[in-house]
Design a protein around this ligand. Sequence first.
Ligand SMILES: [Zn+2]
Ligand SMILES: [Zn+2]
Length: 268
Amino acid sequence: MNNYICKTCGTQFKESSYSPDSCPICRDERQYVGLNGQSWITLKRLKQEGYNNLWKQEAPGLIGIGISPSFAIGQRALLIQTQKGNVLWDCIPFMDEETIEKVKSLGGLNAIAISHPHFYSSMVEWAHVFDCPIYLHEADRQWVMRPNEKIVFWSGNELKLNSNVVLLRLGGHFEGSAVLHWKEGANGKGSLLTGDTIYVVADRQWASFMYSYPNLIPLSTEKIKTLIRRLGDYEFENLYAAWFDAVIQKDARGRVLKSAERYIKAIR
Ligand SMILES: [Zn+2]
Ligand SMILES: [Zn+2]
């Protein structure tokens, strides 16, 4: 029995004797099936093939962790250190002994929170090793490929994880697409961690939003307006999207608001 991992999206599936017939996440139009069809791997095999995790201190109290060489979607997770314990924002397919030791040396994990199904990846492995809950929005429940008792489905548009960390369900890309607001980030000016609910574009000055990134299907004006409304009054100086270097360093809230205006103007 194995927990197979889809090589295109990096999602780990529930235990099975044979690899799954297909990956529902890749068959959805927000992902894609590769030219050679679906293929599968296991965590053990990833280790044998020499993958490892890269670490990057993004800011004080904020550490990026991503697989190397790139695998599947290639996102990096973010470990936030707060006085109330560590939170892992988003997740990645790979983990090994070195990763476990390193996270333990940083104080382990109190919680894992994930923006949307493309980054569910090997979340259950992480939750078991660090014995912590995984917070997922209930609107995306159907996309969980490895159900587990560590998963906590939350509802509504806001969930406070501790006095410094709140999850905001902005929607858009997925019904339950969420971001994380970290009050202590950017020296107390606030940081927003967005997965690809809000995407940082090439010049790192603007953001964008999509229903499907691989298939380039935009969101409607209404969805963008909802997303901005649900951001509420939360202040943030910088913004970290899902990949190393996908960061807006200054006036990120202002840049996001301008980006939404530009987007709506373009699709009108
Ligand atoms: Zn897949
Ligand atoms: Zn996505």
